[in-house]
Design a protein around this ligand. Structure first.
Ligand code: NAP
Length: 337
């Protein structure tokens, strides 16, 4: 059994920043980055489902989300970080070395950084499973192209909904925003952009109660929450953008969580309730949830981890050479972004 200094679970801005920092600290990180087919464990995290990122410092002209994440990953690889493109199926943090399972494969590490992020919330309708990928989507970037010239709708009133709706007007003939209140939660600049966009329409105080169409979306049943009146909006595309839930099922009963399921870290640090297990990014942040704050917390986790390992050594100390010379771990796939 060979033991890593650190395994990083998740590969969004937080995980990949912690990978860059731990790799440069000669900790030979192994990143288990998730599976491309999975909605909750998307390698590269939520920015892989984003278009233009205008607020990540260092890119005055903006950058596409996937390109930004590709750059993060390339930077980590440059310092010897290794990747497994797979989904973690179980963890055992009851003793050191900590155990991380990917199916029947087991990996061991002196320390763990959890950066599993968060995933899109859905409306909870039976028809969603039937029509997801057939007119129903949670990703404007991925699917917007398919809706050229269509009449479509977006559900939600936050920044995600407004951002997606505005982006979708590049393709669709009309984009109707359906929001359950009459006030948007989104930032003022996003609201202004949407209100100024001639292709946008708004349905207030309303929720989608059903989807029409057997094999392809043909409409959305919309109920006005104030009047109770129900109408069917003839749309061939519906994008759900109502927020996210943290990917923490793996850690139930193991790591402390708040009521919403976000991991709890000690204030001002990335320490979880288990010594040697650190958390960063959206999995522990329901306040800021920005790529830059996730990246910052990934840096914190790497520094916390490095200092903690120094004070609590278990396996052989880090080699003087660069990370990446531990060949005892099989690396399965490296190019998913
Ligand atoms: P959010 O801010 O939590 O907004 C979720 C929206 O969906 C709210 O308007 C909410 O309605 C609505 N909603 C929630 N559950 C619903 C349901 N079951 N049915 C119908 N509507 C429902 O989530 P978000 O927009 O994904 O944003 C998350 C965070 O990321 C925010 O901090 C946001 O600022 C940030 N973000 C920033 C950018 C950017 O700056 N470029 C882009 C995207 C996201 P209520 O308003 O009534 O609660």
């Amino acid at each position: 059994m060979s033991t890593r200094h650190v395994i990083i679970i998740g590969s969004g801005p937080a995980g990949l920043t912690s990978a860059i920092y731990t790799a440069r600290a000669n900790l030979s990180p192994l990143i288990i980055e998730g599976e491309p087919s999975s909605t909750s464990d998307q390698p590269g995290g939520q920015l892989m489902l984003t278009t233009e990122v205008e607020n990540f410092p260092g890119f005055p002209e903006g950058i596409q989300g996937p390109e930004l994440m590709f750059n993060f990953r390339a930077q980590a690889e440059r310092f010897g970080a290794e990747f497994i493109t797979a989904k973690v199926t179980a963890v055992d943090f009851s003793e050191r070395p900590f155990r991380v399972s990917v199916g029947s494969d087991e990996y061991f590490a002196d320390s763990i950084i959890v950066s599993t992020g968060a995933q899109s919330l859905m409306l909870g309708l039976d028809s969603e499973a039937r029509l997801l990928g057939h007119g129903l989507s949670t990703c404007a970037t991925c699917d917007g192209f398919f809706f050229r010239g269509h009449d479509i709708a977006v559900v939600g009133g936050g920044d995600s909904a407004l951002e997606e709706a505005t982006f979708l007007t590049k393709f669709a003939s009309t984009v109707t925003l359906i929001h359950r209140r009459d006030t948007l939660r989104a930032s003022k600049i996003m609201q202004e952009r949407a209100f100024d966009n001639p292709k946008m329409a708004f349905v207030w105080d309303s929720q989608v109660t059903d989807l029409v169409g057997e094999h392809k979306l043909e409409g959305a049943v919309v109920q006005n929450l104030k009047t109770g009146e129900t109408t069917t909006l003839a749309v061939t595309g519906l994008f759900v953008a109502i927020g996210h839930s943290p990917n923490t099922n793996l850690f139930t009963g193991i790591l402390d969580m708040d009521d919403a399921g976000y991991l709890v870290t000690r204030p001002g640090s990335s320490y979880t309730n288990i010594d040697g297990v650190f958390a960063c990014g959206d999995v522990q942040d329901h306040t800021y949830r920005q790529a830059i704050t996730a990246a910052g917390s990934g840096c914190m986790a790497a520094i916390d981890c490095e200092r903690w390992l120094e004070a609590n050594p278990l396996s052989s100390p880090p080699t003087a050479a660069h990370a990446g010379n531990d060949t005892s771990i099989a690396v399965v796939g490296t190019s998913s972004v």
